[in-house]
Design a protein around this ligand. Structure first.
Ligand code: RVK
Ligand code: MG
Ligand code: MG
Length: 314
């Protein structure tokens, strides 16, 4: 399917793939793996029988919108602009992490948010909040892997200064960049490029193992937690296991339980960047909220980002 997806379709697939993964995953956030496997026989069973009602996205998509808007206006991460986006687009009902909430509320009230980003957790946050929102960086800098790595770092800093929080964002951004650039995924090259850039064994080790992952029953070994080290590689591994199917990629991620919205958001962004928007099942896209900053808005934002990419590349 990736062979027929245009680059613009891949940009749209990435952002809508993130939003659909986030919103479907959000129904199951915090459930155990046992609960998930008792209720769904397979990824297909989950995808074909989603919970009734609208798919409502969470902080993952809300903050990715802030990153995408910054890139489409500034052409690169500009910290002040990005912070303004996070602050003005903040919606506490979308389920933010505790540290992120404190930092963004400080931004909104003109308090010292940098102090909080460094000290709310000692050494800064190693949550997956920078990784969940970073996909637009991978799209815009897809031709420049050094640029992806540095821009992902800059996009993390307003809320995540811990090296493991930053590196989680860097590997997800690079995965999106590579997925959006190839017609046929070479798993060996994909995982080798990711692992060889990592400074931390916490990432390079599991990425090496993810390359050899063969069966979905072993996906849970990579973790299903809120820490970046327990979720970023899991999402990349879910994509690497079933690169030709968006449904299986996000379905397998959600069946793990735990931080389902975020693991499916990251996996969905990478898968959408590879396969394009047509790979996202229409019954799920049709259920995605479409008021204010919903489906139509996110699609347009992806198209704006594509225009910016084309301008930058010329
Ligand atoms: C609710 C100890 C730390 C830590 C450190 C833990 C949304 C804390 C999204 C913290 C995502 C949590 C998620 C999240 C994104 C982080 N020491 N514990 N140094 N650093 N933690 O608050 O944006 O769902 O338990 O910075 O990374 O859907 O509460 O937020 O799942 O990780 O939140 O870290 O969260 P935060 P975030
Ligand atoms: Mg969330
Ligand atoms: Mg989450």
């Amino acid at each position: 399917m990736s062979k027929v997806a245009s680059l613009e379709d891949r940009f749209v697939g990435c952002l809508l793939g993130l939003a659909v993964g986030d919103a479907l995953g959000a129904f199951f956030e915090g459930q155990s793996t046992d609960y998930m496997t008792r209720h769904y026989r397979s990824a297909a069973d989950l995808i074909n029988n989603p919970p009734p009602g609208e798919l409502w996205y969470t902080d993952d998509t809300q903050m990715a919108i802030g990153v995408a808007r910054t890139l489409s206006v500034c052409g690169a991460i500009e910290e002040k602009y990005l912070c303004r986006q996070f602050a003005s687009n903040y919606d506490p009902n979308r389920g933010y992490g505790g540290g992120a909430r404190a930092v963004i509320e400080a931004m909104r009230h003109g308090h010292d948010h940098k102090y909080l980003a460094a000290d709310y957790f000692p050494g800064g946050s190693f949550g997956n909040g920078a990784a969940m929102r970073v996909a637009p960086v991978g799209l815009l800098f897809r031709d420049d892997h050094d640029g992806v790595w540095e821009q992902a770092r800059l996009s993390a800093l307003p809320t995540h200064v811990h090296p493991l929080g930053i590196e989680g964002a860097q590997i997800v951004a690079l995965a999106v960049a590579m997925a959006s650039s190839v017609d046929q995924l070479d798993r060996g090259v994909f995982f080798e490029n990711l692992a060889s850039r990592c400074a931390s064994l916490e990432y390079s080790g599991p990425l090496g193992r993810a390359r050899r992952l063969e069966h979905v029953r072993d996906l849970g070994l990579f973790g299903n937690g809120i820490e970046a080290t327990a979720s970023a590689v899991t999402a990349i591994a879910a994509f690497g296991l079933t690169p030709d199917s968006y449904e299986e990629t996000i379905g397998n991620a959600i069946l793990l339980g735990g931080d389902t919205d975020t693991i499916a958001a990251m996996a969905g962004a990478i898968s959408g960047a590879y396969l394009g928007v047509r790979a996202i099942p229409s019954h799920l896209l049709g259920k995605l909220e479409d008021r204010h900053q919903g489906r139509t808005y996110i699609e347009q934002l992806a198209k704006n980002l594509y225009e910016k990419y084309v301008q930058t590349a010329e």
